[in-house]
Design a protein around this ligand. Structure first.
Ligand SMILES: Nc1ncnc2c1ncn2[C@@H]1O[C@H](COP(=O)(O)OP(=O)(O)O)[C@@H](O)[C@H]1O
Ligand SMILES: C[C@@](O)(CCOP(=O)(O)O)CC(=O)O
Ligand SMILES: [Mg+2]
Length: 320
């Protein structure tokens, strides 16, 4: 028997980074997903076709890989196993082979880290015979993501667990009804930094410029709150304008890179209603009000488009 969890990836429409400091954010799940499969095994295994690892060292005596990068890359999975060992007294762990499948590269600002965690929590808990509610899956997943990254809001883990459009504020998730007349184009550029590194950069900006940081975050909050009204009332022009404004604030926070700024300003000059970086930044995902020009531009600048159509189910689990 194999337990398979499928987790939708997410785009952040407004408020990334600010949400880590208690400000609101708006995100939604898209039609791209990560699958995590768990099956019984004599030893613990983690496998993923997507991970590229540099500087691997192999212990030829035991054929064990000893490498800090490997440990870091699979930490999101191993911390889930540790969590269940600690909290559900599976002292030696119930051994499993865990396989991750994704057609999106890791670390692109689409919540791939959260998807790996949510998928592993959902599939491994079912494998152990537990029937967790979504509320518990989301809570455990956030605790694990926070443990691995050191800094994290509930946004990614909760959005991907529940699915749909969500408004996140102070640890709470509210579903938003966004009319289908508002739709998005999105994709990603190659990324050199992980979200964890970007989060540390933003934290050091906060420590260096505390009062400026507060002003920036208050402005992002204002944009997010206005965007909520524009989104739910189907006002695509206003949502678009606010996306450009939010991008400007993310530039000020230092999380954009030249290709992202170039993409956003070229999209604006060519008449696209709205665009911004989405997620942690440092490269990675961008989102625009749906427009073929944005998709052409993304490809022309070396990015990759994704299916940004919304999904509403959140994480699902099945036995195969
Ligand atoms: N397909 C995958 N297989 C295994 N691990 C993955 C995969 N995708 C993401 N990860 C994990 O998530 C990390 C990326 O996290 P992060 O930088 O937050 O990306 P994102 O912004 O997409 O969430 C990777 O370094 C890896 O540990
Ligand atoms: C920057 C942040 O707001 C979003 C990160 O999104 P992603 O991991 O880059 O998809 C961090 C967080 O909310 O935990
Ligand atoms: Mg992440």
């Amino acid at each position: 028997m194999i337990v398979e969890a499928e987790v939708p990836l997410k785009l952040t429409l407004f408020g990334e980074h600010a949400v880590v400091y208690g400000k609101p954010a708006i995100a939604y799940t898209v039609s791209e997903s990560i699958k995590v499969r768990v099956r019984e095994s004599e030893k613990f295994y983690v496998s993923s076709q997507n991970l590229q690892i540099k500087g691997v060292k192999v212990d030829l005596h035991e054929f064990k890989i000893e490498n800090d990068n490997v440990r870091k890359l699979i930490a999101y999975v191993t911390e889930v196993i540790n969590y269940f060992n600690e909290h559900y007294s599976y002292k030696d762990g119930k051994k499993a082979a865990i396989e991750i499948e994704s057609n999106v590269e890791p670390s692109v600002g689409l919540g791939t880290s959260a998807a790996v965690v949510v998928g592993t929590v959902a599939a491994y808990s079912r494998f152990l015979g537990l029937e967790l509610q979504k509320q518990e899956i989301a809570k455990i997943s956030h605790e694990v993501e926070l443990r691995v990254q050191g800094i994290a809001s509930i946004m990614d883990t909760h959005t991907e667990t529940y699915g749909g459009f969500v408004f996140i504020k102070e640890g709470k998730v509210e579903k938003l009804e966004v009319p289908p007349s508002i739709s998005f184009s999105a994709g990603y550029f190659r990324r050199i930094m992980t979200t964890a590194e970007m989060l540390r950069n933003v934290k050091s900006l906060k420590e260096k410029n505390p009062s400026l940081f507060t002003t920036l975050l208050d402005s992002i909050e204002k944009v997010t709150v206005e965007a909520r009204t524009a989104l739910t009332s189907g006002d695509a022009d206003r949502v678009g304008e606010l996306m450009y404004v939010n991008h400007g604030f993310l530039f000020s926070l230092g999380i954009t890179v030249p290709v992202l700024d170039q993409f956003v300003s070229m999209a604006r000059a060519s008449g696209v209603k709205g665009c911004k970086v989405s997620g942690g930044g440092g490269g990675g995902a961008v989102i625009c009000i749906k427009d073929q020009r944005a998709e052409l531009l993304l490809n022309a600048l070396g990015g990759k488009t994704i299916n940004a159509n919304p999904t509403f189910q959140g994480v699902t689990v099945k036995l195969i």
